[in-house]
Design a binder for this molecule. Sequence first.
Ligand SMILES: [Zn+2]
Length: 119
Amino acid sequence: MGRITWNLHSLSNKGTVGNVTEPRTLTLADRSKTDGISDEMLKHIHVETLWALENNKKNLCSACQVLKPERANACEEVTKEATLKAVKIALQCELCDLHGFLLERPVFARESTIEFGWQ
Ligand SMILES: [Zn+2]
């Protein structure tokens, strides 16, 4: 038998409104409230898990090979191209394709193709 301890408060930040951080709060079966893991943290965990499962990191863009959070925006091979070619190159990376990216040059935003959240 094992035991796991989660520091849920550290994983619960949903976002900020002004200078106030909004924690993700869960209501348990006994109606008590506790901190929960935010959807952004679930997405982060998903990225790291896919990265760990990829045996050949060369299948990822140069930024995702080293888990840079900027993804395609940190790849010179992407940012030196015009929009259409840049997006085509970025979409060859499974992490960029699945989790989305935001390019500053050329300006382009790709939404995540998978959603993380609570019901
Ligand atoms: Zn990538």
